[in-house]
Write a protein that binds this ligand. Sequence first.
Ligand SMILES: Cc1cc2nc3c(=O)[nH]c(=O)nc-3n(C[C@H](O)[C@H](O)[C@H](O)COP(=O)(O)O)c2cc1C
Length: 425
Amino acid sequence: MTQEGFFGLVGHQLRSDLASAPATARRWLSEGGRAERCLNIAELRALARRRIPRAVFDYVDGAAGDELTKARNEADLRGIAVIPRMLAGLTEVDLSTTVLGQRIEVPLLGAPTGTTGLVHHEGEVGIARAVHSAGGVYVLSSSGSRGIGELAQLCPGPRWFQLYVARDHDLARQLVELASEHGYSALVVTVDVQRSGRRERDLRNGFTVPPRVTARSLAQGLRQPRWSFNFVRRPRILSEAALTAARTEAQAVSLVERINRQFDPALSWNDIAWLQEQWSGPILIKGLLRVDDARQAARMGLAGVIVSNHGGRQLDQAPSSISALPGIVDAVGSELEVYMDGGIRRGVDVVKALALGARACLLGRALVYGLGAGGEAGARHAMSLMVDELRLAMTLAGCGSVRELDRSWLRMTPEAERSAAWSTS
Ligand SMILES: Cc1cc2nc3c(=O)[nH]c(=O)nc-3n(C[C@H](O)[C@H](O)[C@H](O)COP(=O)(O)O)c2cc1C
């Protein structure tokens, strides 16, 4: 290149940078723009940590006890290798699949998360829109910040409703009726919250729902003026249903107390049979890790099970979800649909879960970190990172469709194999 040509090129670049400077500055300074520059979920998590009060971040990020199960969820996924196939002649990669007979564009669901409005005022609506725009299903929590009807109206895409069966069965019946009225197509019954897990970060932070105004919470709020401004202007903490279920008014009680007032440790398969009489659509059970439990779900004619340990937030030292998955798929995979959540932070993690027989994965913290980092724009970015990474992993693995994934694509490390063998018994 001549000197003249070189300076011409530099001049051209400078002119175009200057022309786009206002838009670039807006992107840099806007809430969503900073989130959109994150390269992966770990960076979104780090940004969320800087943007929301410490106690709220810990509520999302934390888990029970020593947080071993949460760590295992991630470590066991990483303990599995994907063996790529070469010269596969792929012209495109198809990420679509079906869930309960409904076609979805990506094998991803937004996991139910409670009190999501604390993280960002857009809360469940921001996450549901992100999931819908990528072509997945959103599962609304019965402990959410948005009501059943409100979410349905604002987010008309595919929706399932997650139910905690409260002590008061009448309330469960009312919620189920509302969900059916508002077009939620499946009922997800979470069964692993007999009582609240001991989440020590929340205890240490004195975390209450709604947040109690103390010198410490005020100091944390002052450090996060944008979050505090939105929180005060548009407080979105618990939906009416969630408040009623906890038999509390809007007063601040610790999360443990709220959960323990609401949930029934005596919940049994009889309650599931009762729910089958209340809800005519498909029912899935969320929170199973044992083969015998999954067999019971199949015997009762349920539509699916979600292999999950609640992201390590309930029984610490329970096995990782990914290690429990293959045994459950082998036992009941031909009778009902098996889903999995826990520890999914990369698109390639989804490849592994699907290759072990999951029909789709639920994303919990990955999307909530995105929301905390940049509201709905951050959640959308988290979702598109997951989808792009999944598509790239499928391409590099030489697999043209998520429905073709099977165990031939995987190799377990000896540790992962040992832990899977244990959990199949
Ligand atoms: C902040 C937060 C709130 C949650 N709330 C609920 C809930 O209301 N109902 C439920 O069934 N699971 C709830 N979960 C569990 C998730 O649905 C899911 O099982 C878990 O987050 C998956 O693990 P991951 O976060 O590692 O993806 C919650 C998880 C988090 C992180």
